[in-house]
Design a protein around this ligand. Sequence first.
Ligand code: TYM
Length: 337
Amino acid sequence: NTRVLTGITTSGTPHLGNYAGAIRPSIEASKLSSVDAFYFMADYHALIKCDDPQRIARSRLEIAATWIAAGLDPDVVTFYRQSDIPEIPELSWMLTCVTAKGLMNRAHAYKAAVDQNVARQQEADDGITMGLFSYPVLMAADILLFNANKVPVGRDQIQHLEMARDIAQRFNHLYGQGEDLFVLPEVQIDDEVATLPGLDGRKMSKSYDNTIPLFEGGAKGLRAAVMRIVTDSRQPGEPKDAESSHLYTLYRAFATPKASAQFRKELEEGMGWGEAKEQLCTTIEAELAPMRERYAELISRPDRIEDILQAGAIKARRLSQPLMERLRAAVGLRSMS
Ligand code: TYM
């Protein structure tokens, strides 16, 4: 069976980008009988960006409820919280010891933080923690511990996957004795979605504060957010360029190819932005409305979600322990029992 694995950082409210880029394709994949799915809440990753404990706890609850409301079946998927798996930080340290610092210097998130400091005429590494710097190593541990073959993510995570492969290869080379300890994971990207734009047209992201929340604010909140999407100044009646329009990109992520072609044609024939936003709203709402009810029910029962995550952690640890024993022996910390 193919092992599919993905995680979401628990530092904010889940948004349309998380849903279309990661949650929806992952749930589709989990329904195939040829797939063993591992989906988790990346709460150790959240500590890198967020020092507000309440926000972390709330985000975990929201993200877990979102997965289940969107159709994840905890009896089929191994569904867990990263920090319930002590083998993850253990492996992360082993990987840290074989990862070249130079590789981490090239990570986009770290480079962006350095560039920002330089632009503000501060010390290059001002305010940058070791957590941010070694973020890709922790992510590699998440993936390699479960020997995942495929990792469904948005385009922003491609570099992290490449680094995970690099690190795995290095470890296999040093310790594998001709036999691979780690599977090399492959990225899986939905081309129709790739990168969902946010309100201002940049990538939809918690860090840009331009997200459209999935459920928070209800149908009204969704509508209000869609109405705030930035468009150009073309008036109703003037032809619009669909390809460069964020509304069209968003619409395509939620509509059938046929409906998308029709939407595009109407834009090119001069549909007003107001009308286009109404159509976008209706399309997204049709997909989210049934989930929103399940979400509301789930979020009111944190105890049930906790039970599900605990059961998932037991399953995940059982599956990860044999590899971990092999790894401890391979590097010389233990002998093989
Ligand atoms: P995170 O929490 O930033 O995002 C979770 C998932 O949502 C995708 N995504 C998007 N997709 C399309 N358009 C967007 N605008 C958009 N914004 C976010 C992300 O690509 C991601 O798939 N480091 C990861 C979490 C992680 C992980 C892992 C993922 C930790 N360990 C192991 C896979 C495997 C992150 O911060 O994603």
